[in-house]
Each structure stands twice: as C-alpha cells, then as structure tokens.
Design a protein around this ligand. Structure first.
Ligand code: HPA
Length: 289
C-alpha cells in the first residue's frame, strides 16, 4: 500500500475511535480566524497531538485541533489551525489533514487564510474570493509515489476553485452587503515576509494576494476530487506598499477586525453549500469511504 495512504488509514482509524461523525464540508481556519470555531455546535473535538504521527501546528494563533459539529444544519469538520511548510514538515504532512478530512467524508473544502494584499486597490480588512492560485517555490504536494487510492498521477488543475462554490460565496456576500474582492492567491514558503522586489515580481505575475499556505492544500484536495473554495482576509498591504514593517501581530489584529464580516460570509456560504451537496452529491469513490 502507498505509504501516504497507509498513514492516512492509521489517522482515520484513530479519528473513528473518537467519533463516527461524517462531515460534508471541511473548513480550514487561517491565522487570526480561529475564533470562528465558536460558531460551530460541537459534537467532538480531536487535538492534533492525540493523532498518531500527525503534524502539529507550532504557530501562535493556530490552536491545533479538529472540531466536528454543525454549522446550522450542515455537518462540518473544522481545522482550528493548520500546519505550514515553513514549520519544517514535509509537504506530504502539510496536506495530510486535508486528505484526512476528505477520507472522513468531506465533499467540499473551504480554505481561509490571512494574506498580504499585492493588488494596489486592496485595503487591510478586505475579504478576497480566491479565483485561482500560483505556487511559487513550494514543492508540489503530489511529488513522490502517487497514492492511487486518492487520485490520478497527473491531475487536471484548470478549475481548482469550483465555479459553483465561487458563485455561492459571491451570492452570500452580495445578499449580506459584504464587500468582496476577487483575485489570484500566491503561496510562497515563508516564514520571512517578502521583500518589496518580490512583491513587485508577484504583481507582474498577476498575483493579487500573497501568503504561506492554502495552495498546496488546494492541490491535494483537487487531486482527490474534493471541491475547493477559498477566501483570503487581506490583513496588510504587502511589503514595500506602505512605510510600515510587517508583523505577525498585525496580521492577527486585522483578521480580528474582519472577523464579523468573515463569520457572516462563511456561515451563509456554508449553509448554501449544504444545499449544494444535497443537490449534487459527490461521485468520487477513490477515497475508500
Ligand atoms: N506575506 C505573506 N504572508 C502573509 C502576509 C504577507 O504580507 N500577510 C499575511 N500573511
């Protein structure tokens, strides 16, 4: 059996010894957005440290546990804190939690992050719908023997961010009077913030926002047939766009300020996604569930 799939089976068995909850939507809460977890009516929680061989988040502002429960009527699993490539884990471990949530039943992955605004028309506190992504200097999470149990060797990435889910997020924003930017998110490795010259490069490449997560997760999810969508909370303008140096505290504070709008947008979108999953149940059968 493929080593990655074997590890996933061990993790899945452990989670199943704690809960038989089957989520439909998986949500990843980014830096400073972890408080959103309070909206969930929790059925079970599993700290990452309890799961055998599981990568553990070391970043302040990332609690490090799975929450299983309901958002309204919709069964969800929520990652309160993610692991990042810059923490030193191999990229296959960085995406392990995403794959695990898929194996536990999630049909939709809702990614969130805090990001630097590269587009000069963005403001700190803006929310941005991710339309597409660029992976720059981060290894592809699918490198290595392909876990055929999950997906194909050469998966298509022409529509990673599901068009129907994008439309659901747009509609939810419009109907709740939430201003929504849209754009391309670029993942770099971090952990240092970028230089002003790198930000100019990203702008030339067509990037609107920059961060240190999300893209590898989206690739792994798309590989195994999970429908993906994402929102960035623009926590700051990227390096060189203002006179101020960047700090992680600033990122968390800006996410705090956007948290009411963020919460409403996620809650409304997930409610509609619950209906979408009922209308269009997942046809994927690679995941062994
Ligand atoms: N750069 C990279 N990652 C980030 C930033 C940034 O400016 N802001 C929040 N995460």
């Amino acid at each position: 059996m493929n080593a990655i799939f074997e590890k996933l089976q061990t993790c899945r068995q452990y989670i199943r010894s704690r809960t038989d909850f089957i989520p439909k939507v998986a949500i990843v809460l980014g830096s400073g957005l972890g408080d959103y977890a309070k909206k969930i009516q929790i059925v079970a929680q599993v700290p990452y440290t309890d799961i055998p061989d599981f990568p553990v988040s070391t970043v302040p502002g990332h609690a490090g546990r799975f929450l299983f429960g309901h958002l309204g009527e919709v069964p969800v699993v929520c990652m309160q804190g993610r692991v990042h490539y810059y923490e030193g884990y191999p990229v296959s471990d960085v995406v392990l939690p995403i794959r695990l949530m898929g194996l536990l039943g999630a049909e939709i992955l809702f990614l969130t992050n805090a990001a630097g605004g590269v587009n000069p028309s963005f403001h700190p506190g803006d929310l941005m719908l991710i339309r597409d992504h660029i992976a720059l200097f981060v290894p592809n999470p699918l490198i290595g023997p392909n876990p055929n149990e999950l997906g194909v060797r050469f998966p298509d990435m022409s529509t990673v961010y599901d068009k129907t889910l994008q439309e659901i997020i747009r509609t939810s924003a419009r109907e709740n009077a939430i201003f929504l930017q849209e754009g391309i998110y670029t993942q770099l490795t971090g952990p240092s913030f970028e230089s002003p010259a790198e930000i100019r490069l990203l702008r030339l490449l067509g990037s609107d926002a920059v961060g240190m997560s999300t893209v590898v997760e989206a690739i792994a999810a798309n590989h195994m047939g999970i429908r993906v969508c994402g929102i960035s909370c623009i926590s700051n303008l990227a390096a060189g766009m203002t006179a101020n140096p960047l700090t992680h505290e600033e990122v968390q504070e800006a996410a705090d300020k956007a948290s009411v709008r963020f919460a409403r947008l996620v809650t409304e979108s997930v409610r509609r996604m619950g209906q979408e999953v009922r209308r269009n149940p997942c046809k994927r059968n690679k995941s062994g569930i």
